[in-house]
Design a protein around this ligand. Sequence first.
Ligand code: ZN
Length: 91
Amino acid sequence: MRWWWIGVGVLVVLLSMAVMARIGHPPTELRCPECRSLEVIPIVYGLPGTELTEQAERGEVALGGCILTGNDPAWHCTACEHRWGRTDMGR
Ligand SMILES: [Zn+2]
């Protein structure tokens, strides 16, 4: 049964390497798929508070409104106004 444990060990090493690689690289979603711009901000849903309103005025976040359709984009490109991605808040 010794080979079985070696297999498990290799699997754990490969999995931790995959996790490290994910942490090391920013998600590809942060580049606009339409114009390749990096001017991408997250879309925030729900009723915005004071802090969130200030962030939106500074252009750090986009406000998506408080009505979720279940098919809401997660990212907003400030260069071409394109919206894409999926938020898991619309469940
Ligand atoms: Zn764009």
